[in-house]
Design a protein. Structure first.
Length: 115
């Protein structure tokens, strides 16, 4: 398959964003100053690209994000409560990412996900 310039740019931008995220120590901030669905989206994305060696050093972020938002203290923050519906869905998706990738595999094979 020929290289895709858009995919290359997105990959490069994602790595740059991860470097900045780590440099700011965002996971050390109180839960009330963070967005669970944003961080959980990052965790889901990292799990999706985990086979790419460039992203391997960032995979520990997945456990840190999940551990943080599984905490009852974090889930009692106003930010969690205000977006509880999407936060709960994102946490569940991050904890069971194979449920999503299995659907993708079915679609790629031309079969319905719920066959």
């Amino acid at each position: 398959m020929p290289p895709d310039p858009l995919l290359d740019r997105i990959r490069r931008d994602a790595l740059r964003g991860l470097e900045a995220f780590v440099a700011r120590d965002e996971l050390l901030a109180p839960a009330s100053d963070r967005l669970a669905f944003r961080e959980l989206g990052l965790a889901i994305g990292l799990q999706a690209v985990g086979a790419d060696e460039a992203f391997t050093p960032y995979l520990p972020i997945v456990d840190a994000v999940e551990s943080s938002w599984r905490s009852p203290v974090a889930q009692s923050s106003i930010g969690w409560i205000a977006h509880q519906d999407i936060n709960s869905v994102m946490l569940a998706t991050s904890l069971v990412p194979d449920a999503i990738t299995a659907s993708w595999e079915h679609l790629a094979a031309g079969r319905p996900a719920c066959a």
